[in-house]
Design a protein around this ligand. Structure first.
Ligand SMILES: N[C@@H](CCC(=O)N[C@@H](CS)C(=O)NCC(=O)O)C(=O)O
Length: 198
């Protein structure tokens, strides 16, 4: 299976960690979304990464869909199946990814919009959203099991991206989350090379 990805992408990081746990080796191809190259847009009309191209040639996109696929294909090694554990796992994933979506939007505002067209109230709203999600995650991570699953990968990847792009943005405000984040990689060093990198 081929993964179109970038080293900095939090959603790609989550997928790579998930594939590792599920025992799948991915052929990871660095992909620049800004270039809108044929390999990306022909496989994923939405033009985003991560995009997974299956051995059949069929493509899957959106990291949540890809992770669902990896879970099914591995006989549920990634997502716990009891209703209670499934609910927690998927809620934590949605919280972590939602936090990142808001923070990425603020980055794109600066990266892609000329200064005179930026709208600060909208940026402030994204940060309020991200901070609420981080506060919720601070409570949620205490309930996660010791063995890593999809929830761990989502939180570790999304916090890794936040630390990369907005250093110091959660470590003081959310100390328990910061401790959890450090401990995750200390306890699971195999995932360290897959965290978002600049
Ligand atoms: N919901 C999607 C989000 C994917 C996403 O936003 N990826 C970013 C990179 S981290 C991207 O492709 N951005 C390029 C763009 O928006 O043009 C997922 O979970 O895969």
């Amino acid at each position: 299976m081929k993964l179109l990805y970038s080293k900095a992408s939090p959603y790609s990081s989550k997928v790579r960690m998930a594939a590792h746990l599920c025992g799948f080796e991915l052929d990871c191809v660095v992909t620049d979304t800004a270039a809108e190259g044929a390999d990306l847009v022909e496989n994923n009309p939405v033009g985003k990464i991560p995009t997974l191209v299956l051995d059949s040639g069929e493509a899957l996109f959106d990291s949540r869909v890809i992770c669902e696929y990896l879970d099914r294909a591995s006989g549920n090694l990634l997502i716990p199946q009891t209703l209670e554990a499934w609910t927690r796992t998927k809620r934590v994933e949605a919280l972590a990814d939602g936090m990142t979506e808001a923070a990425i939007a603020t980055l794109y505002e600066v990266r892609y919009r000329p200064e005179e067209k930026r709208h600060q109230p909208w940026v402030d709203k994204q940060w309020r959203r991200a901070h609420r999600a981080l506060d919720a995650l601070e409570r949620e991570v205490a309930q996660l099991p010791a063995e890593p699953n999809l929830a761990h990968f989502a939180v570790a990847s999304d916090l890794g991206w936040l630390q990369l792009r907005y250093p110091g943005s959660f470590e003081t405000r959310n100390p328990a989350l910061a401790v959890w984040f450090e401990r995750f990689f200390a306890d699971n060093p195999v995932y360290e090379p897959m965290r978002p990198q600049g």
